[in-house]
Design a protein around this ligand. Structure first.
Ligand code: 13P
Ligand code: SF4
Length: 319
């Protein structure tokens, strides 16, 4: 047994000993995703992670992802202990949308229904009428638009712009962005498409609209994996975090997966199709997470009460 295998075994033993289940996002290290698969845990998109945690009978949820995912799990299951391999893992969308400023934005538009992306703090969720993830974003806004509601959206401007285009809804957008998806570039992607003219292009909607315009399929991480499996093309260009390749390759074993370019020639990218915060989840910090109580997620009961209203709309929404 090598060191990595020993560490994996140690993590599996710890999870079992503490009646804990591991819930991981597709962007985490494949070693974490494999551990979740091996131990009866779960790997999924942000909405599926929230639903899985809420429905699971374990006393403790170990959420490998970024902080908003741990907070959402805690708020949906306040009676459970929710811990994360690191509490340092945040998200540029969450960072770029402080609750105080967002509250002012809401106050400037009192006639609008407030819809926020799941990639936000518990405080921002508590200000919202709806929380949504990219997998249900278009459907929820269509539903609200059909009722004649005008929308105030935050924080991701690219996802917001995409939904606005798809639905024609009246939306005012907060101007946040994801540092990872914002790096996908139109001109460089056009060149990649020329190199692989037969390939299908899959894009996460946090990408710039000029990149989305080149896509054959746009969707959440789970939706992109399903698309990769179901489409006839043998080559697939993917504009999202490359951690997704672990599950995408399992779903589409014979396909050739190509990561979309993150910068033009000669330019450098900061994140290069890899979320710097998702990357902070490692088997080493996961193995030690039960030995101290520094990594537990706590959310104020009053905040939970307010945020649960829009969060429950998110988990119970049916198309
Ligand atoms: P998904 O809901 O598609 O998993 O997206 C979460 C996320 O953080 C994407 O960057
Ligand atoms: Fe946030 Fe982007 Fe990382 Fe997703 S990939 S967690 S949106 S910074």
């Amino acid at each position: 047994e090598n060191e990595a295998e020993k560490l994996e075994d140690l993590c599996a033993e710890e999870l079992e000993k503490h009646n804990a289940v591991l819930i991981a996002h597709y962007y985490t290290d494949p070693a974490i995703q494999k551990l979740a698969e091996k131990t009866g845990g779960f790997v999924g998109d942000s909405l599926e992670m929230a639903k899985f945690g809420a429905a699971h009978k374990a006393d403790t949820l170990v959420v490998a992802g970024v902080k908003f995912m741990g907070e959402t799990s805690k708020m949906l299951s306040p009676e459970k202990r929710v811990i994360m391999p690191t509490l340092e893992a945040t998200c540029s969308l969450d960072l770029g949308c402080p609750a105080k400023e967002f509250k002012q934005f809401i106050d400037e538009h009192p006639d609008r229904t407030v819809v926020v992306y799941a990639n936000t703090s518990a405080e921002v969720k508590a200000l919202a009428d709806w929380v949504i993830t990219s997998s249900i974003a278009v459907d929820v806004i269509e539903h609200l638009d059909a009722k004649g509601e005008k929308i105030l959206w935050g924080p991701d401007r690219h996802l917001g712009g995409y939904i606005q285009k798809k639905t024609g809804a009246d939306m005012i957008l907060w101007q946040g962005h994801c540092v990872v998806h914002d790096e996908f570039k139109h001109i460089a992607l056009e060149k990649t498409i020329k190199m692989y003219p037969e390939a299908a292009v899959l894009v996460h909607p946090e990408s710039p609209d000029s990149v989305i315009a080149l896509a054959d399929h746009v969707g959440s991480t789970s939706q992109l994996i399903k698309a990769a499996r179901d489409i006839p093309e043998e080559q697939v260009i993917v504009a999202t975090d490359k951690g997704i390749f672990h599950k995408m390759q399992q779903a589409a074993p014979d396909k050739d997966l190509i990561i979309a370019p993150t910068a033009g020639e000669g330019a450098t990218c900061r994140s290069c199709a890899q979320c710097p915060w998702m990357k902070m989840n490692e088997l080493t910090n996961l193995a030690g997470v039960f030995n101290h109580d520094d990594n537990e997620i706590f959310v104020e009961p009053d905040l939970i009460k307010r945020a649960l209203v829009p969060l429950e709309r998110m988990v119970s929404f049916k198309k």
